[in-house]
Design a protein around this ligand. Sequence first.
Ligand code: PAF
Length: 281
Amino acid sequence: MEVLNSIEKVRYMVNMWKKEGLTVGFVPTMGYLHEGHKSLIEKAINENDKVVVSIFVNPIQFGPKEDLSNYPKDLKSDMKLCEAEGVDIIFNPENKAMYFDDFSTYIDINELGEELCGKSRPIHFRGVCTVVAKLFNIIPANKAYFGEKDAQQLAIIKRIVRDLNFDIEIIGCSIIRETDGLAKSSRNSYLSKEERKAAVILFKSLEKAKDILNNGEKNSEVIRKVIIDNIEKEILAKIDYVQVVDSLSMRVVDKIEKSILVAIAVKIGKTRLIDNFTFEV
Ligand code: PAF
């Protein structure tokens, strides 16, 4: 496995593999890899001849009051995980290689980025879309792998690939959970022991909502209320949003008639966690 920070070098390697007729899978990450990332990497390894993992904490997707400066990092352990999985290249560029001082081109997404995380993190998806487009240009892979935990991000990336004609297939991968149901996330490492216990409320309240949907509930307000009431029982939890949206447009729905995404963001102490599930009618 090679760890490259040069844009030219990684692009050269990927183009060379493709000329040889090999398929290339790409897993974009911000590092501090966990079981969730591991499952994306495993899928990429199974479906491709070569796999590139990028590790880059993208500054332009963090708002001024967010956790950019203390975002967790552990390149050594990331390298160990990637090596063990059989990754061919880790692309770990420096900030200055990705963003010139006078960097001025951004990709904006309208409708899909307005609800859910877009409301409380107004510049987030512009930053994600821009870096993902850059990474797709640097690493011209056949397939790229993203987790369904970031369901809105996944929907947005599928849309920019379609709208801007990127020649890459986007593969969504299921949420990986701890044994008590908490969705795996690099941000779980911020939680104190007490907060970690409290964090399971996200999963538990979504499970309650799922039961009600399975019993035929069609009113999204009823679903929201069940989740909100449950989360509010947890003293350490503070709701950012609880929303029921159309799973393609990410628009809020009142009546549950098509495929929906039930998505939540909750602060446990200072740590903002997200979780979701999709429900097919
Ligand atoms: O999901 C993430 O880790 C990031 O948003 C991504 C897609 C790597 C872009 O920085």
